[in-house]
Design a protein around this ligand. Structure first.
Ligand code: FES
Length: 263
């Protein structure tokens, strides 16, 4: 939401300056100067929100992580450029020279490229959007100190619902389908999309980024573009608590219908 401020204000600053050039209008040059300053403030605020998203929401080892890095780098470059533009002009009473306006044009072009990347992050990668269907409920998230800790209670998940657990650097999704509870990696093997954000229908989860589908019982690819199966984890239910075992490519065991005895 905050990106509207730097984009709108910096583009407006350029428009004001171009019109002012034709009319030799000092008031418009001054308005352009103030727009540049206000855009810099808006950019700093947007950068705070963007950094939080980059660190906490964008899935690791994904195409969105690389895209986010490029997006953030270009935005930082543009912010520094507009700070320099304001510094060069120095005051609203000063008419900007040709180089200053040229730099503004370059800034707006780079801003357009970076904005396109940002739009891709939001609309294709769905960063900051909960796009799961209503019956999936609100996504539950847990951070575990180790694999020996229970992920959740088996009663917490209804059919079609998932839970995202962070165990060290691993992001594990526990989901319930008609055949019980299953656990699998949150990492889509296509481009790293977050499967916990996808729809779980029957025992198939669909990646929200490009629609790959995986059987959560085996990790098998049901539909592409992904070609490689996802990692599945063994699940065990003891006294109603759900435990997930570390990485395994073996077929996952259903749990949750018939609670197993403690190992
Ligand atoms: S990242 Fe492309 S389908 Fe999952």
């Amino acid at each position: 939401m905050l990106v509207s401020f730097p984009i709108g204000l910096w583009v407006t600053a350029l428009i004001f300056n171009l019109i002012a050039l034709g009319q030799d209008n000092g008031s418009l040059f001054a308005a352009g100067f103030y727009c540049v300053i206000a855009g810099c403030v808006g950019a700093v605020l947007a950068a705070v929100a963007g950094t939080i998203d980059f660190v906490s929401v964008v899935p690791p080892q994904s195409s969105a992580k690389n895209r986010g890095l490029l997006h953030g780098s270009l935005n930082t470059l543009v912010l520094l450029l507009f700070i320099y533009i304001a510094y060069r002009q120095g005051s609203p009473a000063v008419r900007p020279d040709g180089l200053t306006i040229g730099l503004m044009v370059i800034g707006v072009i780079v801003l357009g490229i970076s904005g396109w990347l940002g739009g891709t992050l939001v609309y294709r990668n769905q960063i900051g959007i909960d796009r799961r269907y209503a019956a999936a409920g609100k996504l539950k998230e847990r951070t575990l100190t180790g694999w020996e800790r229970p992920v959740c209670n088996q009663s917490e998940l209804a059919d079609g619902q998932v839970l995202l657990a962070q165990v060290g650097t691993d992001r594990i999704v526990v989901g319930r389908c008609s055949e019980g509870l299953f656990a699998f990696s949150d990492h889509c093997t296509h481009r790293g999309g977050p499967l916990s954000d996808g729809a779980l229908v029957e025992c198939t989860v669909q990646c929200p980024w490009h629609g790959s589908q995986f059987d959560i019982r085996t990790g098998r690819v049901v539909a592409g573009p992904a070609e490689e199966k996802i990692l599945v984890h063994e699940v065990e239910v003891r006294k109603g608590e759900v435990y997930v075992k570390p990485k395994s490519t073996q077929k996952s065991q259903p749990a949750g219908k018939e609670p197993k005895k403690a190992a």
